[in-house]
Write a protein that binds this ligand. Structure first.
Ligand code: PLP
Length: 402
């Protein structure tokens, strides 16, 4: 990874330290109700927002008239905790986070990883932490709304390049003065088109022009690479992408998100990403659920394989019948209709035929490219997909569109 691109981060952290406002994560393990162990020291917890003690209640808690004096027992229940009860920088830094983050970083091939409440929260927190009003963000026109919102919040200049148009991106990078921080932001798989970002070329460009690269793996995490590490890892680019972001709400089937990168990035985000600092951490129970699902993602590689086979079969039936599936090359398959009204009517016809699929209209997609978006799952049966593809063709023919 390019050192120069991140040197400013080191300086920022040093300046926080000088001003006595450097934040670090102290491990906080819940003990019996009302107590915790912080960095190995037992303390009475007077910093939690768990006002009714429902999020971190131990088996020792009874109605007052039945109360038994606490014997300091650490119950399994207390250790596990339903809620995190506060931001991780207050008393919410349950050991489960650190343990999971370390293992997940190793899996992603990065030095470290930081959990966020959701993908949306990660994107609106990370981008404004990386760039500000004097900087420039280069974004693919089809980037997800959460990335766009992060850029708007950052107040950086937003230069949007045509979908996967590397020539236009290079022209923009070349014409941006060297003194401004530059960040290229891209989805890895574009959620409305099923297209794949040219990640190798983006790495080359960001190195050449001294930019940082942030890749949103929301739709590729769990699906690419031997154990589902994502597209960046599958392409051998883990050490070369400054910021890898992904969500546990899609292929992992849970909720929550991560940002993976260097140790320096993690320390910096702990200090600068407002959607990490000023919000309650994910429930530790949920992190344990993410871990369980993650294990299945790694082990059950057949799911990745059959998903791509089923998507290819579904796409090929639609294409054979002349439907416009754009440049989709994965499990997200759009059928591009064009007009908004026509697309809505198509969605209604599909619903009557027994197919649930969403009509996507501008501004989620460019004007004149309204579409129905189909997403394939590993659990779909081949015969159901064949039936659905034929129904889709019929519905389109009824409208005189195929
Ligand atoms: C590309 C992309 N990034 C981020 C997000 C947001 O993730 P989450 O649903 O975890 O907030 C989504 C979800 O729709 C997405 O498609």
């Amino acid at each position: 990874m390019s050192r120069a691109a991140l040197e400013w981060m080191q300086k920022e952290l040093a300046s926080y330290e000088e001003q006595g406002r450097l934040r670090t994560l102290a491990e906080c393990e819940p003990l019996e109700t009302g107590w915790l162990r912080r960095n190995g020291v037992r303390m009475l917890n007077l910093a939690s927002n768990d006002y009714l003690s429902l999020g971190s209640e131990g088996d020792d808690l009874h109605e007052p008239e039945q109360s038994a004096a606490s014997d300091g027992r650490e119950t399994e229940r207390a250790r596990r905790s339903t809620g995190s009860t506060a931001s991780r920088l207050i008393v919410g830094n349950h050991p489960e986070y650190t343990a999971f983050e370390e293992e997940f970083a190793a899996y992603k091939g990065t030095e470290s990883c930081l959990l966020f409440g959701s993908g949306y929260l990660a994107n609106v927190g990370v981008i404004p932490a990386l760039v500000g009003r004097h900087d420039v963000v280069f974004g693919d026109r089809l980037n997800h709304a959460s990335l766009v919102d992060g850029i708007v919040l950052s107040r950086a200049e937003h230069k949007r390049y045509r979908h996967r148009d590397l020539d236009q991106l290079e022209t923009m990078l070349r014409s941006t003065p060297a003194g401004r921080k530059k960040l290229i932001v891209t989805d890895s798989i574009f959620s409305m088109d099923g297209t794949v970002a040219p990640l190798c070329e983006l790495v080359w460009l960001k190195d050449r022009y001294g930019a940082m690269l942030m890749v949103d793996e929301a739709h590729s995490g769990g699906l690419y690479g031997k154990e589902g590490q994502g597209l960046v890892h599958a392409l051998g680019l883990s050490g070369q992408v400054e910021v890898q972001m992904g969500t546990f709400s899609k292929a992992y089937g849970v909720y929550g998100a991560y940002v993976a990168g260097e140790h320096l990035l993690k320390s910096y985000l702990v200090n600068a990403a407002r959607s990490f600092i000023y919000t309650t951490a994910l429930p530790p129970d949920l992190v344990a659920t993410i871990r369980r699902q993650w294990r299945r993602v790694r082990q059950e590689s057949w799911r990745r394989r059959v998903l791509q086979e089923k998507a290819a079969m579904f796409r090929s039936i639609l294409r054979q019948h002349g439907l416009d599936t754009g440049q989709s090359e994965c499990h997200i398959v759009p059928v591009i209709i064009g007009g908004n009204e026509e697309t809505l009517r198509m969605a209604e016809r599909l619903q009557l035929a027994g197919i649930a699929a969403v009509a996507i209209r501008p501004p989620s997609v460019p004007e004149g490219t309204a579409r129905i978006r189909f997403t394939i799952m590993a659990g779909h049966r081949d015969e159901d997909l064949r039936w659905a593809a034929n129904q889709i063709v019929k519905c389109r023919e009824q409208a005189g569109g195929a």
